[in-house]
Design a protein around this ligand. Structure first.
Ligand code: NAD
Length: 250
């Protein structure tokens, strides 16, 4: 590959699949046995905050460090897989600009060693005050009756998650990075969820090379210059090593 100066990587649920986190559109079309409309919309939170808090509490627990886990949660602990680690290696060894944009709400990229990362759909290890929009770390379950640290009100804390119908985070920063990149790599995302599914077209307009790495063709596969199909944990480490060999040393 020609010498590259700036990389943007987009990841989706598929990169965390081999760590044991179910993708969004697994065979049954449900997310962890729930309809998306029941757990991932602002309307669902208005209607049934107990169910929504419980759903994200259950997503949060296996990501917490071993010291804070009880025995049952420890058995379910989720760890980064070779694909997360390969992206951390790419960032550490690539001699140029690097931005990782993830749609994932887990912290497996951070656990795997990635540094420059934007969670465009929020983070399950954070919570937000509905009144002030202040964002806090969250390493415990959130209960509906919990009092908010900043406003002291009950029923005012929500998971710091971008739900369907809400505006993704960091869009200006992401658009700027894509417009300046010369390589765009999309990993483990189905191309169902916009605006992320449109990033490849933005990269094409910027003249970047575009590569899809996924288990199967995504809905936007035809927009990419190249594709590598397989499990991210198997194919991504090989792709990263080949790419780094093709580039000048740091
Ligand atoms: P998606 O579930 O719609 O698609 C996942 C894609 O990954 C599919 O194309 C699938 O073929 C592919 N895939 C599955 N296993 C793979 C593997 N081992 N290696 C490579 N590819 C694999 O996911 P999406 O496009 O990210 O959209 C889902 C939305 O749901 C996102 O907004 C995200 O925030 C949310 N979500 C997040 C998580 C998480 O944080 N880990 C998990 C589920 C859903």
């Amino acid at each position: 590959m020609n010498s590259v100066k700036s990389i943007v990587v987009l990841t989706g649920a598929g990169i965390s699949a081999e760590s044991g986190i179910k993708t969004f559109r697994a065979d049954d079309g449900l997310w962890e046995n729930h309809r998306v409309e029941d757990v991932a919309t602002p309307e669902a939170f208005e209607r049934d905050p107990w169910l929504v808090q419980k759903f994200y509490n259950e997503r949060r627990r296996p990501l917490l460090s071993s010291s804070s886990l009880d025995q049952k949660s420890l058995e379910q602990e989720i760890r980064p897989n070779p694909a997360h680690k390969a992206l951390a290696k790419l960032e550490a060894e690539f001699d140029g600009d690097f931005l990782l944009v993830t749609q994932n709400i887990d912290n497996l990229h951070e656990q795997g060693g990635s540094q420059n990362i934007l969670h465009m759909h929020g983070e399950v290890l954070k919570m937000r005050c509905k009144s002030t929009e202040n964002v806090f770390d969250c390493f415990n379950d959130i209960q509906v009756a919990d009092l908010c640290d900043c406003c002291g009100e009950a029923n005012n804390l929500r998971p710091h998650i971008v739900w369907f119908g809400e505006m993704p985070l960091y869009m200006d920063e992401i658009a700027l990075a894509i417009s300046n990149c010369d390589l765009f790599v999309s990993i483990g995302t189905s191309g169902n969820v916009y605006p992320a599914a449109g990033f490849v077209q933005m990269a094409n307009q910027a003249g970047a090379q575009t590569i899809e790495i996924n288990l199967e063709e995504s809905l936007v596969a035809s927009n990419f210059d190249q594709a590598v199909y397989g499990k991210a944990g198997e194919v991504l480490p090989i792709w990263v090593d080949d790419f780094l060999l093709s580039q000048p040393k740091k």
